[in-house]
Each structure stands twice: as C-alpha cells, then as structure tokens.
Design a protein around this ligand. Structure first.
Ligand SMILES: NC(=O)c1ccc[n+]([C@@H]2O[C@H](COP(=O)([O-])OP(=O)(O)OC[C@H]3O[C@@H](n4cnc5c(N)ncnc54)[C@H](OP(=O)(O)O)[C@@H]3O)[C@@H](O)[C@H]2O)c1
Length: 254
C-alpha cells in the first residue's frame, strides 16, 4: 500500500483546483484544508460547527490563500435534497469540482457488540458512510467536468482488519473500502476521475484521544505530519492511482 510521507509537493500543486473537504473544522480535515489552500486550491470547508469552519477560513485568508467557501452541513441529518442543493450551489459558484476529501467521521463507542446502542450504530453509519455515498452521487456530475478529479474516502486500520469492540465505526470503514472498490470499478473507463481510500493511521486528534485515552499523544504523528500523502493523492502526481488502498504513514512499530 502506497505511503508518500516523504513526498515533496510543488508549492502550486493544487493551483486552479476546487477541493471540498468534509469535517474541515478540526483534526485531520482542518490540516488538509489548510494544506490544500497553501498549495493553491480553492477549498470548500464543510462541517457541522460553523465557528470552527470560520476559524479555518480566517487562517486560510491570513496566509494569503485563495478565498475559501464555507458549507455548513451536519451529515447526521443530511438528506438527498441537501446534497443536491449543495451540488447546485457549487455548480453556480465554481462550475466543477476537482477534489473531494471525505474526512468527517464519528467514532461512536468502543464497546462489546452485545451492548451497542442501535441508535448510535445508525448515527455512525449515517455520518461515516451513508452521507458520504449520497454526497458523492450528487457531486459526480461536477467531478466528471474536471480534467483531473480525485475523490478520497477516509478509511482506518479497523476497516481493513476487524477488531473487537470497534462496532459501527469498523463496519462503516469496511463499507467505505467496499464502496470504493465498487465505484472504482464502475469508473474504470473515466481516466479523469479517480477514487481511492486513505488510511491516516494513528494521528494526534480528538478522535484518537477518545479512542485511546491512556495513550501519550506525544508519541503520535500530528495531522500536519501526514499531509504529504494527502497532498500527493489529491494532486496530479497521483494521476492513474485508482481503486487503491493508500496509507498516509508507515505502520507503527509494535
Ligand atoms: N485520528 C486518527 O488516529 C484516525 C485514524 C484512522 C482514521 N481516522 C479517520 O480520519 C478522519 C478524521 O478523523 P480525526 O481524527 O481528524 O477526527 P476529529 O478530530 O474527531 O475530527 C472529525 C471531524 O469530523 C467532523 N464531523 C463529525 N461528525 C460530523 C457530522 N455529523 N457532520 C459533519 N461533520 C462532522 C467533526 O466536526 P466537529 O469538529 O464540528 O465535531 C470534525 O471536524 C475520520 O474519518 C476518522 O475516522 C482517524
């Protein structure tokens, strides 16, 4: 599985590209939005907490990046109509979409399956897989208009090998891997549109803290550390990479 942690992106790697990042207000999504903007992209910041998106917006502007756009949306309650309205807005504003990073995610609870709450299970599946799938369907026509579009679904180690107690989170990530295999196969005849999964690996964020409260975060890579792979997969240097399972960082030593 490809890992490009040593990749050296060109400063203008994403110039003239419009890239949508979900969960752009915090953690890995925030770092990706800032990093994509720093490399020339016009970034659409999607998330559920407007104040966090506004802070990222301000940081991009202060750094001299191309003016971003904020798209507030809670994936939990989002409907097909919301996704199609979003596609219409992006169509009017930009006319096409060159990149889509599905990053927003919900951990749910790490607990024995026998005690897993059914409503929470549904919530995790909605945010982690159902919402991203229908958003992708609504945005396909805009992505197909790009000369070189990259769609990235965020996976996880527990979406590639099951682990006890990880419940809906792990199942949603397995579904992510499966969906990307199916859609990649369908899109084989469209060389200008590629779709891959990306596993960030253990990364110092709030979600990781919630999953491993006893762990020392100082031993983890930061979201900024793993951005080389995120840039590589979003930009033209990964053209031809399609239907692959990518890792953002090398596996940690046990
Ligand atoms: N960190 C790791 O070690 C690790 C490892 C493997 C995979 N991942 C994956 O990497 C991605 C990013 O994780 P992270 O560690 O950066 O997590 P994080 O710090 O918890 O950030 C998650 C982001 O998703 C947003 N989000 C959550 N629920 C949402 C909803 N209903 N609608 C819209 N946005 C929502 C959050 O918004 P708010 O800030 O408003 O809550 C936040 O911006 C996730 O897909 C996760 O599964 C992470």
């Amino acid at each position: 599985m490809t890992c490009k942690i040593d990749y050296q992106p060109a400063p203008d790697l994403l110039r003239d590209r419009v890239v949508l990042v979900t969960g752009a207000g915090d953690g890995i999504g925030r770092a990706a939005a800032l990093s994509y903007a720093r490399h020339g992209a016009t970034v659409v910041l999607l998330g559920r907490t407007i104040a966090k998106l506004e802070r990222v917006y301000d940081e991009i502007e202060a750094a001299g990046g191309s003016q971003p756009a904020i798209f507030p949306l809670n994936l939990e309650g989002a409907t097909l109509k919301d996704f199609h309205d979003m596609a219409d807005t992006l169509d009017k504003e930009f006319g096409c979409l060159d990149g889509l990073l599905h990053n927003a995610g919900l951990l749910g609870r790490i607990t024995p399956f026998a005690q897993y709450d059914a409503d929470l299970w549904e919530q995790v599946m909605q945010v982690n897989i159902n919402g991203p799938i229908w958003m992708t369907q609504a945005l396909l026509p805009l992505l197909q208009r790009s000369d070189d579009a990259s769609v990235i679904f965020t996976s996880s180690s527990v979406g590639r090998k099951g682990r006890a107690y990880w419940g809906a989170y792990a199942v949603s990530k397995f579904a992510t891997e499966g969906f990307v295999e199916v859609l990649a196969d369908e899109l084989d005849s469209e060389p200008h549109l590629r779709i891959n999964t990306l596993n960030p690996g253990a990364t110092r964020t709030q979600m990781r803290r919630n999953a491993y409260p006893g762990e020392d975060p100082a031993n983890l890579r930061t979201p900024e550390d793993i951005m080389p792979t995120y840039l590589w997969l979003m930009g033209p240097d990964s053209a031809g990479t399609h239907g692959q399972k990518i890792d953002a960082q090398p596996p940690r030593q046990p």
